[in-house]
Write a protein of this length. Structure first.
Length: 181
């Protein structure tokens, strides 16, 4: 398998482009990337002038992020789920682990880091939008209360967007906006 280490699959460039399309990233915005991997989402955020806090649990991947040596990048090598929420971020942009429903915990926890008016955008397995288990239904009901406005909350990514990194799973993008401001 290409990337079975801690269920890590780097986000392909095309998926990153879709993830960031239309996202209002302004110079100086504080952005959290809670499962930063090797920086495939971090790099374009930095290119847009964002101040990025990148959390990565795997020491080798955290070292790769440190290797970027970018003045607007803060790298934290730790388990994101044990991090205490601090609602200071304008944006949370993420591709959490897909295993089981583990992604639900990551999205809900990441939500608590957004300041009022902030936006969360996540790549998730397509099952997030369509599965009918009680956990999926409860998650979607929670997410539905934070619709982003004019753009749809759920957007399909092209079929098998992660095939180039060894995963043949269909994915969607979820966008949520925190009330306020």
């Amino acid at each position: 398998a290409v990337a079975r280490d801690l269920a890590f699959y780097p986000t392909p460039a095309e998926a990153v482009a879709i993830l960031l399309d239309g996202l209002p990233v302004k110079p100086g915005d504080r952005v959290l990337e809670p499962q930063a991997g090797i920086g495939n989402i971090v790099r374009p955020l930095l290119a847009r002038g964002a101040l990025v806090d990148a959390v990565e649990i795997h020491p080798g991947r955290a070292d790769a992020l440190h290797g970027m040596a970018h003045p607007r990048l803060n790298v934290l090598c730790e388990n994101f789920l044990t991090r205490r929420p601090d609602p200071v971020y304008d944006l949370v942009v993420m591709n959490p682990p897909f295993a089981g429903t583990h992604w639900m915990k990551h999205v809900r926890h990441a939500w608590d880091f957004l300041k009022p008016g902030g936006t969360l955008r996540a790549i998730l397995p397509a099952s997030a939008e369509v599965n009918e288990t009680p956990a999926h239904i409860k998650f979607r009901a929670w997410a539905a209360s934070f619709r982003p406005g004019w753009r749809g909350q759920w957007v399909d990514l092209p079929p098998e967007s992660f095939a180039e990194v060894g995963v043949r799973i269909n994915t969607v993008m979820l966008t949520m906006r925190k009330p306020g401001q």
